[in-house]
Design a protein around this ligand. Sequence first.
Ligand code: PEP
Ligand code: MN
Length: 347
Amino acid sequence: MIIVMKKGSSEAQVTELMERVRTAGFGVHLSRGEERTIIGVIGGDRRVLADLNLEATAGVERVTPISKPYKLVSRDFHPEDTVIQIGDATVGGTDLWVGAGPCSVEGQELLLETAQLVRQGGAHALRAGAFKPRSSPYSFQGLGETGLQYMAEAREQFGLPLVTEVMDTRDVELVARYADVLQIGTRNMQNFSLLKEVGKSDKPVLLKRGMSATIEEWLMAAEYVMSEGNHNVILCERGIRTFETATRNTLDLSAVVVAKSLTHLPVVVDPSHGVGIRQHVVALARAAVAAGADGVLVEIHQRPDEAKSDAAQTIGPSAYQQMMHEMAAIAEVLGRRLPLASHAHVL
Ligand code: PEP
Ligand code: MN
């Protein structure tokens, strides 16, 4: 349930109330908006809560039960958009955010070359996988820690924060040592041990939607991360399994609209995995912005045909540049902005 405080309620009233609720065995979450202060109450016994008679407490305007299973994730708990800092850029505010890079780290030179491309095009972060969740155990599995070291070098040279996937609870500490954002892949969205582990990290988490997960399951996965103390979660719609075979996945843009209404967390879109076909990636990045997404995560490569994984959906330099310009134009119509990262220039 949430306790909505009166407009003029005092600091002391808020603190005292929180203390009372906490002492009665509940978790509390404070959200201070420009308009309203809201205290979210988590867990505990409902009858105990009723006995506290919170409605009659000084400073309280109303007490409203929350029927949704997710609490910290919910807009009811935290009406204002959460804005997450990633390096010099933010995700979740007026400004759009773009993470770009190869599907996987393939080698040092190639990564540096792509990082330069990412930088020149104006994206805000370098994405790449060092631990790859491949459908076949015989496919390229990624370079592991060596790949992370190459990524750290790219950050050093081009000033780009790093987004990279962690697949295993045993690797969270290692990956967090290098990454600026920990990516949870679609196949691990309901790996609850992993969610709890990244929930203890101080690095933002980019949580991909499970390919067969409902929006509620996706939000519950975010609740797992937040319930461990890490409130910096970015949701990423990356396409779901449907009957359709003409595309790799079905990019569910309605999920963006719905998720944005249910949660205060930023929602970004991965058009690359979403459609799986190079020639359609830019159109879906445009559509993502039009639908209200807070940014995109996209696979790019200097020579996309040579990419070791996901070549068919990886775009090259000119499509990347086109995508950035078209996203910026659509953002403007919506009163948003796609600030091109500094040093960006026409390729
Ligand atoms: C990726 O981003 O390269 C990736 C493996 O993503 P997903 O988990 O969405 O398939
Ligand atoms: Mn990929």
